[in-house]
Design a protein around this ligand. Structure first.
Ligand code: DX5
Ligand code: ZN
Length: 211
């Protein structure tokens, strides 16, 4: 199982030191950008992403939980994102976003919230590099896993052979919930289970060892 590390609940007073022992143990770094409008919380912007970029070669996926993402794509590209994941529910034209990212060689992700049906992604499947199924209401780390995400991942897994996307799930993933989705996803986004652990390396190993 591939792991994408969400830094949302890391120690921002000491960010790189908090992450350095594990930053190269994961397959991707997941950057949760929130604007206080699309979700009821604020997090960080491109400068934090830019500051971590020279520290590792691990790909960065920037999860934009913001309204009007189109306007800000270039800022997050310049900051060093390899993937940019926007929300289906954000108000911009998804085809325009997809074209913008592809023209700049950035991998394209789309995310859906728990109340959005997975079928809405159908027209975009052939264009996508990553699909991010939310298993919590976006806005905060450390929430409880919402099992409505499981059937969405299963649906995407059944179709995957005809497409090129990675299936990823975000929110409430730990050693108890990973087994529920492991057959239907390629990657899990994990925040607090790792960043709040006493032994972060061990927490990653535990997840990697779940068969
Ligand atoms: C929620 C974010 C998630 C979240 C993951 O809005 O998109 O990436 O921070 O954190 P945990 O693993 O703590 O649910
Ligand atoms: Zn996220």
């Amino acid at each position: 199982m591939k792991i994408s590390l969400s830094i949302l609940n890391a120690d921002f007073s000491n960010l790189y030191n908090d992450l350095k022992e594990i930053i190269n143990d994961v397959d991707m770094i997941h950057m949760d950008v929130m604007d206080g409008v699309f979700v009821p919380n604020l997090s960080f912007g491109p400068d934090i992403i830019k500051s971590l970029r020279p520290k590792t070669d691990i790909p960065f996926d920037t999860h934009l939980m913001i309204e009007h993402p189109l306007k800000y794509l270039d800022d997050y590209i310049k900051a060093g994102s390899n993937y940019i994941t926007v929300h289906y529910e954000a108000l911009d034209d998804l085809n325009e976003i997809i074209t913008h990212l592809k023209n700049r060689n950035i991998k394209v992700g789309i995310s859906i919230k728990p109340n959005t049906k997975v079928e809405v992604l159908e027209p975009y499947l052939k264009e996508l590099d990553l699909i991010l199924i939310m298993s919590v209401e976006p806005g905060f780390g450390g929430q409880k896993f919402d099992s409505s995400a499981i059937s969405k991942c299963k649906y995407l897994k059944e179709k995957q052979k005809d497409y090129n996307y990675i299936i990823s799930i975000d929110g409430g993933i730990n050693d108890k919930t990973l087994p529920l989705v492991k057959d239907y996803v390629d990657m899990v986004v994990v925040g607090s289970y790792i960043t709040k652990a006493k032994a972060k390396k061990e927490a990653i190993k535990t997840l990697k060892n779940i068969k």
